[in-house]
Design a protein around this ligand. Sequence first.
Ligand SMILES: Nc1ncnc2c1ncn2[C@@H]1O[C@H](COP(=O)(O)OP(=O)(O)OP(=O)(O)O)[C@@H](O)[C@H]1O
Length: 589
Amino acid sequence: MSSRSGNDKGVAADLWSQIIATESEDQIQLQKQTTAIVYRRKNPQNDTLPLPLPLNTTSSSSSSCSKKSRVSLAPGKRISWNHRSLFTRGRTSIAVVAACGDKKRIRKNKPPLPLPLPLANYEKERAYFQEVDAFELLEESPSPQTKTWVMGTKHSSVWLPSHVSTVLTKWLHNHTTLPPPPSASLSKILETPELSTHISLHNRLLDFSTQTKCASPNTIETTPEDELGFAIRNLSLSSQDSVLDQPWDPLLDLFKVCGQSSPSTFSDVISQYCDLQSIAKVGEGTYGEVFIAGEIVCKVVPFDGDSLVNGEIQKKAEELLEEVMLSLTLNDLRGKDTHTHNVCPTFIQTLSLRVCDGVYDDAMIRAWEEWDKKHFSENDHPTEFAEKQRFVVFVQEHGGQDLESFVLLNFSEACSLLVQVTVALAVAEAAFEFEHRDLHWGNILLGRKGSETLQFILDGKKMHVKTYGLVASIIDFTLSRINTGESILFLDLSLDPGLFEGPKGDIQSETYRKMKRVTEDCWEGSFPKTNVLWLQYLVDILLQKKDYDRTSRDERELRSFKKRLNGYKSAKESVVDPFFSDLIAVSDV
Ligand SMILES: Nc1ncnc2c1ncn2[C@@H]1O[C@H](COP(=O)(O)OP(=O)(O)OP(=O)(O)O)[C@@H](O)[C@H]1O
């Protein structure tokens, strides 16, 4: 990795022009085909339901966000620094906004005192950039040609996620007799409780309309919209039209997503994956307690209860639903079914979801206490939960250890981490206008799995990414913004002033502040630059906080890369940086 050929830059530029060429076409298509609902929050001064507004869905940073028209309410969440997720707010969809009170969660942890950055003054900063500039002028020796890394040229057609669901959303907009729906994407998820046997809504609807026609050959001619409407009704929980006249109940939908009609117990769920006694706690978040059960992990999140949990007001069913939707939407990037235009293995896979109630099992309490002895938990002891407490269990693949605690061996591993995260963000940007918005070192998991390359597909172009044996996974989408194709899920961080008040000079705190400047505090808009800011954060982490085998030339390469990132507006643009030339091989799908 320490050398780059002049040709690499030319090849990178080639790839870039291909990507740019497809991008403008993609954006036009996206604009044509996407109807977005902005998930808005309740204005504390205004209890009325906000109207959904169309949102400019291109990936440009010119958001359609209007400060005046934004109404918002979302419960806050405590802040903590460097590892834990920050003072965040639960997502509240327009459908549920009236049900939520104007509440604010209590902030539990004070941020630590700022750590001084190495580049604390102007002189040092100038020396830093002089070194970077000097390095960039260096004539670099050609890369070893041990492998042919070819750039593809194929122009693929636009793939839009949930395009049928988009039609459904339009249909729902035009049929005001229907109650406020969960988003069409949710309808899509609701159709198939068993995640492992996910069938596309399209097929399901086609099957359904065919069945309907067969069953009643004499029915008057129906339009596709009628059929879709009928199908939606039959996808509803009770399959009875009368249900549609009742207010939407997110808890019922949560059950439906989880494929349940009543809550399970923890032992029901965990014993599917391991002997209950072998369970161990692996981590904790503001809400979540994360346990290893055999090969998988279970993230347990309490919701809908009246008592405070870890000093916070509990999440509501609708917030969990949105988190679930986000996780399941990202699951679509795994290249299953027809989703093959943008594919990536890096976002943690959600394998199953379950609603549980009752108290923690004894084995879980023991696991919690053992972890507490070693790591001093910031969370409340699990016996403090009420007897009737409800939880959602996110069953996820085990992503390994977080970057903060993981021991990187050498510069190649650091590069592999950067390329995997960059390409993953690029793929998710292309598919869903995704921005993670909280990619600190607690939210990148690492493991060593031994495969030489990982395969991604970005806008129809296959990319083989070198791993050096390292596999990265991205977790925690609490602050993330996503366009599912018909809904935009985001958190209005303008209501979280604390998020931007972290220690001066702290890389993570500075990154939130930079995001705020980039978005101008309009968080519903698409600002893929925020992903670039987190890539720069990661470079800083790799330079300043992580120890591994590296030369001063490697460090200069990292600094040059960080500087060039200033010029990119998205992770997708960053993918073609010369830093990745030896790490990515592109071919046609
Ligand atoms: N899939 C996973 N595999 C391995 N470890 C995990 C996984 N998911 C979470 N963890 C561990 O648990 C910790 C907490 O997880 P996570 O950040 O998802 O919880 P959370 O409750 O959403 O956090 P917060 O609400 O504070 O953002 C992580 O930092 C990580 O160490």
